[in-house]
Design a protein around this ligand. Structure first.
Ligand SMILES: [Fe+2]
Length: 116
């Protein structure tokens, strides 16, 4: 499996086992107020937690507002691959999460956010 290829769920309503374990889940409101802090929870795995063990684990997750990097969190096998970030936005954007598994490479999820 190539590290170079970006992977995402081919059908969000019917994800494969590999997709369930890797596609990040972005838990955030659909609408937020301009300039006001809100929480974005990023979880690696839907239904199944991705393994976090020496040799196979999520190394990091990055959160973007469109093409601007809001933050990056590194994990070790001792950690649970989830994190809550508190952010604020100035305009509508697509939140994108990229997670990197040391074996299965980079996976993307996206969520539209409306800023009022
Ligand atoms: Fe993996």
């Amino acid at each position: 499996m190539s590290y170079y290829k970006l992977k995402k769920a081919t059908n969000a309503d019917d994800k494969t086992n590999l997709e369930d374990k890797h596609v990040p889940v972005i838990d955030a409101p659909d609408r937020v107020k301009k300039g006001e802090y809100f929480e974005v929870k990023l979880k690696m795995g839907e239904g199944i937690d991705h393994p976090m063990e020496e040799g196979h684990f999520i190394q990091y997750v990055e959160l973007y507002a469109d093409y601007y990097q809001l933050g990056r969190v590194s994990f070790t096998p001792e950690m649970k691959a989830e994190v809550t970030l508190t952010i604020k936005l100035e305009e509508d954007c697509t939140l994108r999460a990229y997670e990197f598994c040391n074996i299965h490479g980079q996976w993307e999820a996206a969520k539209e956010i409306t800023v009022e």
